[in-house]
Design a protein around this ligand. Structure first.
Ligand SMILES: Nc1ncnc2c1ncn2[C@@H]1O[C@H](COP(=O)(O)OP(=O)(O)OP(=O)(O)O)[C@@H](O)[C@H]1O
Ligand SMILES: [Mg+2]
Length: 915
């Protein structure tokens, strides 16, 4: 046996179409067009072989960078990325500073706050782009499914972007239900199927000319076009058994191949078999460690050589690699667990690397072992420090399993749950919470920590573990006021999010809060105010600035999330200015602490308020666009859907109906599976605005009425109802909103809402009362800061005045309205106001004015040029809005062309008011 091993670069049979595609990609990559291709298929189908072919095609014309996933005990977070970028790491000095730092922390070059994955991803992309300016880059990623999790995520990020640079990325991944599906990240996917009968036959003829016709037919039937099966069977026809490779399912091919390898291993002397097992268990460990571990187990260098000669292993730079990954998995999975434990224990002793040692010790452990659990805990802490959260969660989890004392187990489970949530694995996190729940006992710190994870998780994932009555019960048992009130405010937020349907329990929460005495100005008192605001409609927030100061005082995640509640509570209470302030504070805090996922939640929230408050439509649009773009990168579709709904509304007011409809469609597509009432209401609002602008008044009324699924959004959106309801001759449709809104105004006295109420009354009520209502609406409006809404009130008032033949008065309002609409780029409204103004005998002097050049710019370009006007360099802009510096450069370039300028110094003038 083992006589006709194909060389790794053996001739390929078939695969013409695949090779042609790869050749094309390499050709384009050498030019200027990058691409990313995923080679996927079952084990042994030929992915690695094609990757090697690509490497050869590329020849010398490329800077080749590569990395490889390793089966087994798992590699440390970012290890794969480090291997990929190590040869070009000196380029990091060209990166924007936040991005450079992100890479340095991830690679352990410097200590610091671990950056969000997105920043590290952008940094990796920026680095590659920088290299690609000098020469085309070929990135080869082998076995994506075994890469450490953060690296794999970053590869997915790169795959979606390389088109813009001279980077060709080719990755291989097993298509197997146990691994994540990477296909959606890649612009091109090559799914490798079986070789055709002719190709398989040809392969056998060439590789195993000695096989007779009958034997060949058996091999062909049994290998089902899988090249690995063909090659292996052709090489060892003696191992052929009529039954072994027969079966209905292709999925079982892997198992069968493993069986085949094991049959082959069984023919070796026993010591060589053991050598192969040591190498398999130590895959990824340096060669020296594997040999040392072997020596300890009585396996000499010679035994490794025998295994090598048999073609099971080969040496590759400083470590052993198994002939095929399936050889490794077959060996490890079939090994006797005691023997395997000894191998791992020896590997642990053979290394000085603490992470590797802990992993091997954990693999060797058969039952609870506090020493090993402690070592894994260290691994977890170190991984979290580098920002490798998934890895940290796994280590905490395993440490928990190995903990002897229930207290330690509970503590570690809670940590695992927290990290899993942060790593974006909410389902796992929820499971860990559930496991920890019965173990936490009554240790206060642990109870609070568990409740915190539970609560944070509930915000994005839905109901987990503890319910509101649990929070209430736990709170009553906590001796410290601070813990108690914190627990109660979490309960209040959970009620507010609609996860506690019972009004009685909501009242219980409010009562428990009200019954707690807190010192004015203290953290507890802020918690209490927020909790009360969320469970009881009358105003409770005494001083928003003080509350912000308390919640941003320490970088605690639950406090940061309470800022979201505070912002919503302010919105609820009708104070959009305060709400905007809170969103901004949250965004800044998240940015300072590198919590990008949170940052976009805050930016999206601010965008929504800015659009609603209509004080800064343009900036609200910018916020929303930023949030939409980043939500995609961060995998937060609900945030993206909310942002897109806001974009739709803002665009519609700007008269960009087509873009508005596109944004609404995007929002609907993103929110397909979620039934969050706030999101639904926002979408209906946009739908209503678009319909009204298109003159579909019935549809507008219907859509706006549906915004009531969320009471807060429904309140603001209802201000929009009057006009379409009148046009559709359905004035009664406004009544219910009017009553609710008037009631709310009575409680909170919010001027913006008061204006909407009075304006609606003016439009709907008897003509005799209209003037008084309009005047009152304007008086409220003056205090509201809602410029656009004030202008709309003037527009409606002006139209009414013109019908009443009060032309002079009408003209004054219409002129003022026109100006505001123009300054906010609400061109559809500006046109309408201008038409009215002229009909009232007025002159609109800016009607024929120059077209606003900034309207040609995309949202992203506008953001970039605005920052450039403020004097930021490309790198500073890149850090500010999370783009690579070369992407910033490209945006600026396109903006210059559109604005007809060629120097940065001309930007301010070209932008004018829009700067
Ligand atoms: N088209 C082909 N013609 C001839 N031999 C092939 C062909 N494709 C693959 N082989 C051979 O089959 C074996 C398995 O191929 P390869 O290692 O590329 O599979 P893989 O898809 O990477 O498997 P895994 O998922 O296990 O990594 C190798 O020995 C390789 O030389
Ligand atoms: Mg492979």
């Amino acid at each position: 046996m083992a006589t006709i091993r194909p060389a790794p670069d053996a001739e390929l049979f078939g695969r013409e179409a695949e090779l042609a595609l790869l050749r094309g990609a390499v050709h384009d990559g050498r030019g200027s067009e990058g691409t990313a291709i995923l080679l996927t298929g079952e084990a042994g189908i030929g992915k690695t072989s094609l990757l090697q072919a690509v490497r050869e095609m590329a020849g010398d014309g490329f800077r080749v960078l590569s990395t490889q996933g390793v089966r087994g005990t798992g590699s440390a977070g970012y290890e794969g990325l480090h291997a990929l970028l190590a040869p070009v790491l000196s380029h990091r000095h060209n990166l924007p500073s936040r991005q450079r730092q992100a890479l340095e922390v991830a690679f352990g070059i410097t200590d610091g706050n671990p950056a969000d994955r997105l920043i590290t991803s952008i940094a990796a992309f920026g680095l590659l782009e920088d290299v690609a300016v000098l020469e085309p880059v070929l990135v080869l990623v082998e076995d994506l499914h075994w890469l450490d999790e953060p690296t794999a995520q970053i590869v997915g990020f790169l795959a979606a972007r390389v088109r813009a640079a001279r980077i060709t990325l080719v990755a291989t991944a097993r298509a197997d239900a146990v691994y994540p599906d990477w296909q959606p990240h890649f612009p091109e996917v090559v799914a490798l199927g079986p070789l055709t009968d002719e190709e398989a036959d040809e392969l056998l003829r060439r590789r195993a000319p000695v096989l007779g016709r009958a034997e060949r037919d058996v091999v062909l039937r049994q290998s089902r076009g899988n090249p690995l099966a063909l090659t292996e069977l052709a090489a060892s026809p003696g191992t052929l058994e009529p039954t072994r490779f027969v079966g209905p399912s292709r999925v079982a091919m892997t198992r069968r191949l493993e069986q085949g390898f094991l049959a082959e291993v069984a023919l070796l002397p026993e010591a060589a078999q053991r050598a192969a097992l040591v190498a398999a268990a130590g895959e990824g460990s340096p060669y020296g460690e594997v040999l040392a571990a072997g020596a300890e187990l009585g396996v000499g260098h010679d035994d490794f050589v025998v295994a090598e000669r048999a073609g099971l292993l080969r040496q590759e730079s400083d470590h052993y690699r198994l002939r095929h990954p399936l050889v490794g998995s077959a060996l490890v999975e079939s090994a006797d667990s005691k023997a395997l434990g000894e191998v791992h224990a020896a590997l642990a002793r053979a290394t000085t690397d603490r992470t590797r040692a802990a992993r091997h010790r954990a693999a060797a452990a058969t039952g609870p072992d506090e020493a090993v659990a402690g070592a894994l805990e260290e691994v977890a802490v170190a991984a979290a420090r580098r920002g490798a959260r998934a890895e940290a969660a796994t280590a905490w989890h395993r440490a928990a399993e190995l903990s002897a004392a229930p207290r330690d187990r509970a503590r570690r489970l809670v940590q695992a749950a927290a990290l899993a949530r942060e790593a974006g694995a909410p389902a796992l996190s929820a499971e860990l919470v559930a496991t920890a729940l019965p173990l936490v006992g009554d240790e206060e710190a642990l109870v609070v920590d568990l409740a915190r994870v539970n609560w944070l998780l509930a915000g994005t994932f839905g109901k987990v573990g503890l319910s509101v009555p649990d929070f209430l019960a736990t709170a009553s048992g906590l001796p410290r006021v601070c813990d108690r009130v914190q627990m109660l405010v979490w309960a209040a937020v959970t009620c507010y999010m609609g996860q506690e349907p019972s009004p009685k329990i909501r009242r219980d929460v409010a009562a428990a809060l009200a019954a707690t005495t807190t010192c004015p100005g203290s953290r507890e008192s802020v918690y209490k105010q927020i909790g009360l605001q969320l469970t009881d409609p009358s105003p409770h927030i005494e001083d928003v600035d003080a509350a912000i100061a308390v919640l941003t005082g320490q970088a605690d995640e639950s406090d940061r999330m309470l800022l979201v509640s505070l912002a919503l509570a302010a919105e609820d209470a009708g104070d959009l200015t305060a709400s905007e302030k809170v969103w901004t504070a949250g965004a800044e805090l998240s940015r300072r602490t590198s919590k990008l996922g949170d940052e976009i939640i805050f930016v999206a929230g601010r965008g929504s308020v800015r659009v609603t408050s209509s004080s800064a439509l343009e900036r609200g649009l910018t916020d929303s666009e930023q949030a939409l773009r980043m939500s995609d990168d961060l995998g937060l579709p609900v945030v993206g859907a909310l942002a897109a709904a806001n974009i739709a509304r803002a665009r519609s007011w700007r008269g960009e109906t087509e873009l508005a409809q596109q944004a609404l469609d995007a929002s609907l597509a993103l929110s397909r599976d979620s039934a969050i009432s706030r999101l639904l209401a926002s979408q209906h609002w946009s739908e209503g605005v678009i319909a009204a602008h298109e003159g579909r008044f019935d549809a507008a009324v219907d859509a706006l009425l549906q915004t009531r699924v969320d009471p807060v959004i429904g309140l603001w959106a209802g201000g929009e109802l009057a006009e379409p309801a009148i046009r559709a001759q359905r004035p009664e449709a406004v009544e219910s909103w009017l009553a609710t809104a008037a009631g709310a105004v009575e409680k909170n006295g919010a001027p913006h809402l008061a204006m909407l109420v009075d304006r609606s009354r003016a439009m709907l009520g008897p003509a005799g009362a209209a003037r008084a209502h309009f005047e009152s609406a304007l008086r409220h409006g003056e205090r509201s800061g809602a410029h656009l809404e004030v202008a709309r009130t003037r527009l409606y008032y002006g139209e009414w005045l013109r019908r009443e033949r009060r032309l002079v008065e009408a003209r004054a309002h219409l002129r003022a309205a026109t100006q505001v609409f123009r300054s906010q780029s609400a061109l559809a409204l500006a046109e309408r106001a201008s038409r009215e103004l002229r009909a009232a005998g007025g002159v609109d002097d800016r009607r024929e004015g120059p077209r606003d050049a900034t309207r040609e710019l995309t949202g992203q370009e506008l953001i970039v040029v605005r920052l450039a006007v403020q004097g930021l360099s490309n790198k500073e802009i890149a850090d500010e809005i999370y783009l690579s510096h070369r992407t910033v450069q490209a945006h600026l370039h396109r903006a210059f062309v559109k604005l007809g300028i060629n120097r940065r110094s001309q930007l301010a003038a070209a932008l004018g008011d829009a700067a």
